[in-house]
Design a protein around this ligand. Sequence first.
Ligand SMILES: N[C@@H](CCC(=O)N[C@@H](CS)C(=O)NCC(=O)O)C(=O)O
Length: 239
Amino acid sequence: MMSSHLGAGSEQPPRVEGKVRLYRMKYCPFAQRVSLALTFKKIPHDIVNINLRDKPEWYMQINPEGKVPALVDLNGEIVVDSTAIVNYLEEKYPEPALCKKETIKRDLELLEHYGKILKVFFDCVHRKDTRPLKTAVDEMCTYLVEFEEELKKLNTPFFTGDNPGMVDILMWPFVEKAKCLALIYKEPMDFEKEKFPLILKWVSKMKEQEFVQQNAISYETFAKVAEASNAGNVNYDAI
Ligand SMILES: N[C@@H](CCC(=O)N[C@@H](CS)C(=O)NCC(=O)O)C(=O)O
């Protein structure tokens, strides 16, 4: 695994036989979704970190948008965008399964609704949301009610049943880092915990999973990356 983030002027590391390649930035929560799926499915892979502030020229041939994550499969097929990659992995490497055919429609609907939480979260992370933190958190909690109700309806610890699956994996990286907003705003971040008992249980259950622990990124670290990135001086290798 290449640990430092490769930038302009670097050489593209040669592919490793028998391994899928993940291009990522070490602290990117979207790339973390893919790492979680790769680890969950035990797919042999290697990782190349990309310096997003000074991208390697060759990376544009992999993803012309210049974003991470990107995945290169054993046959050379390139897939970009975290949701598309996780779906691709589910199709190409079906075991262990991340979703059930019967619930896939609802899974996709939930993930689409989750996008509303992500939009507010990232606007806060990048300080584009000018409202008080409490107002933004209240808005996110309004959207989160649907997820609490879903767990109640399902009566299972995870959104996919007794084991974590697609919805759990795609939601997790942002929930794991939610507390970063308290550090970025330098003020306490409160929410009505009593409204979300099942979500809180889900959080503890997710934290117990080995594949989750193996890919953990703390909210403190993420806050540091976000603050440096907001200030325009992030050095991904020195966090
Ligand atoms: N929708 C994309 C979002 C990926 C994304 O925004 N990645 C960020 C890093 S966390 C990125 O590559 N930013 C660099 C850029 O936009 O130039 C996904 O789900 O993969």
